[in-house]
Design a protein around this ligand. Structure first.
Ligand code: CA
Length: 390
């Protein structure tokens, strides 16, 4: 057995119970080649739609997400960010009522507590860095939402300002973005009386810049560029997702179009493969979808069955493009982009109780996937790459 085969065998033993996705190397000889053929055709049998990879095309690599660290709290959102050369993650913990910050411990090789912002019914803790200053938008279901600032000399978070309680009554999502050097955030409000509102940094504080779309009970907002122009996509409980385009002259967003025949979309997230733009649309029940921008509108590319899905998150790890579809009633599905097919293929199942958000993070040349769980332990997975060619 050659080194590659021994390594593959070890990797396979270590991956018991996990789906194995391998690219058939074809350039091994003798026993190794035979073993690889077996492994490869077993995989083909499980993935009947997959095509053969040319013998010389790729070094054989297996990737997977392996459980790494389990955190003893429930969470509803997660964000990873770096600030002054350190890497942090923050989880919104609605039941305890706080934004819990963790930092990477370079010695113990795990995430440890860093600091908290205490609040009530916390649903989002969104970091925003402007001119080397760290702000945290803390969205709460009760008691109004607030913005905190990191005081680096005192080593603590201090409250900077409140957010207008007339507009923001039931925040469901926050996104941050920059246009022409100016910093903004937008809060999607899911109450009938509230209004999804964009806020702008003016050098001293954040001021409401534009309210979009009252009355529709918005669940999610996504910032993206379409043909290099800033856009927002708003998902609502009561209508199809609406696309807004930035108007350079008025410095406001104008309604451009909606996404046809897509009712009941809970959230939209975008990703890019080379120069092509795609969106993942989450539906709680029925089919979640992947759509591709064709230059004029988004067209359906793929449908994935949803079993109580609140999140369909695309993300990259190195050169791999993934998308992860959470499920409240079944296993969470990880999909991996197949460049030859130009679509996602099923990749791995994860067992997470009521997943609500995912975030990848890269630290010390290690890649992790953070998974918030609304009804169980928050989970951290490590992205493993096993190179079988060495
Ligand atoms: Ca969003």
């Amino acid at each position: 057995m050659c080194r590659a085969a021994r390594r593959a065998s070890r990797a396979r033993r270590g991956l018991q119970g996990w789906k194995i996705h391998a690219e058939y190397p074809g350039d091994c000889s003798g026993l190794a080649s035979l073993w690889w053929r077996l492994l490869y055709f077993q995989w083909r049998a499980r993935e009947p739609g997959s095509r053969a990879v040319p013998c010389h095309a790729h070094a054989p690599k297996i990737t997977q997400f392996a459980p790494y660290q389990s955190l003893k709290f429930e969470s509803i959102s997660v964000e990873a960010f770096s600030f002054r050369n350190d890497q942090y993650v923050v989880f919104a913990q609605p039941f305890i009522g706080k934004c819990g910050f963790l930092e990477w411990d370079h010695v113990e090789m795990n995430f440890r507590n860093f600091d908290d912002i205490n609040s009530t019914s916390t649903v989002i803790c969104k970091p925003l860095i402007i001119d080397n200053q760290l702000f945290i938008i803390v969205a709460q279901l009760f008691g109004g939402s607030h913005i905190y600032k990191r005081d680096t000399s005192a080593n603590k978070f201090i409250k900077l300002q409140g957010i207008d309680v007339l507009k923001i009554r039931k925040p469901n999502d926050v996104e941050t973005f920059r246009i022409d050097g100016e910093s903004f955030f937008v809060i999607a409000d899911s109450s009938k009386a509230g209004s999804t509102t964009i806020y702008k940094w003016n050098g001293n504080g954040f001021y409401s810049h534009q309210s979009l779309h009252p009355w529709y009970r918005d669940t999610d907002v996504e910032y993206l560029e379409i043909s290099s122009k800033p856009h927002l996509i708003l998902s609502s409980s009561s209508q199809r997702p609406v696309i807004y385009q930035w108007n350079k002259a008025t410095k406001h967003f104008d309604r451009r179009t909606d996404i046809p025949e897509m009712e009941d979309v809970y959230a939209v997230k975008h990703f890019q493969v080379k120069s092509d733009l795609y969106i993942c649309l989450t539906r709680f029940i029925g089919d979640s979808k992947v759509m591709r921008w064709d230059g004029a509108l988004f067209r359906e590319l793929q449908t994935m069955p949803s079993r109580g899905s609140m999140v369909f998150q695309p993300f990259t790890v190195g050169s791999w493009q993934y998308a992860i579809l959470g499920s409240d009633y079944s296993f969470t599905q990880v999909y991996r982009w197949d460049a030859k097919k130009g679509e996602f293929v099923r990749f791995q199942e994860l067992n997470i109780q009521a997943p609500r958000a995912f975030s990848p993070v890269s630290i010390d040349n290690r890649q992790f996937l953070l998974a918030s769980s609304f009804k169980g332990k928050t989970q951290i997975y490590k992205h493993l790459v096993i190179d079988l060619s060495n």
